[in-house]
Unconditional design. Structure first.
Length: 133
């Protein structure tokens, strides 16, 4: 398995643990749910689930289609952009106390754009990889 794929999977598991921990914190302090819920959902869905799909997808889909990854460079770049985006979103939400009205904060806007860029890069790279002959 390629090193970068292993890193996608490692980060996925790290986000899963962080997301689950925040879930536990919410159960222990229900009054604070509004503060934590966006970090929890995105650590689990954009972190654990999406990173796992990126890693497994990059490993398995080229094999299924008998091709090489369209752009290994994008695969590496996307890893850093995606992790920077999610980490920034979570930090922004926690520091800004999770209120959606604070989404206008520059750190959240930048992080959201990075997360979106990562999604688009994956879509482009994987669609180009599995393109029918
Ligand atoms: C250790 C595991 C987990 C615990 C203890 C936990 C706990 C919680 C709690 C306490 C809430 C807030 C519920 C409320 O609004 O009062 C919540 C919301 C949520 N959780 Fe988890 N959770 C866990 C794992 C997961 C996982 C694995 C996912 C997704 C893959 C997930 C997705 C969500 C989503 C999407 C919401 C928000 C739902 C909404 O908008 O109302 N959770 N979780
Ligand atoms: C491109 C990256 C993404 C950005 C910038 C983003 C942004 C946001 C924002 C601003 C909210 C409202 C949060 C609040 O009310 O405080 C939200 C909610 C939500 N998002 Fe995302 N999101 C992204 C990706 C995703 C993905 C990939 C999933 C699922 C696979 C997802 C699932 C949810 C869910 C379930 C909620 C409602 C629960 C909550 O308040 O956290 N998001 N998202």
């Amino acid at each position: 398995m390629e090193k970068i794929v292993v890193w996608y999977l490692r980060m996925s598991i790290i986000y899963f643990i962080a997301g689950a921990l925040i879930g536990l914190v919410m159960i222990l302090s229900p009054g604070e749910t509004g503060y934590y819920v966006s970090s929890h959902t995105h650590l689990n869905l954009l972190g654990f689930m999406s990173m796992m799909i990126y890693g497994v997808g990059y490993h398995i889909l080229p094999k299924f289609s008998g091709r090489n990854i369209y752009s290994p460079m994008i695969m590496h770049l996307q890893f850093w952009i995606g992790n920077a985006g999610l980490t920034g979103m979570v930090a922004g939400w926690l520091v800004l106390r999770g209120d959606v009205s604070h989404f206008s904060q520059p750190v959240l806007i930048l992080s959201a754009l990075l997360s979106l860029t990562s999604v688009v890069l994956f879509a482009f790279n994987i669609l180009k990889t599995i393109k029918a002959v």
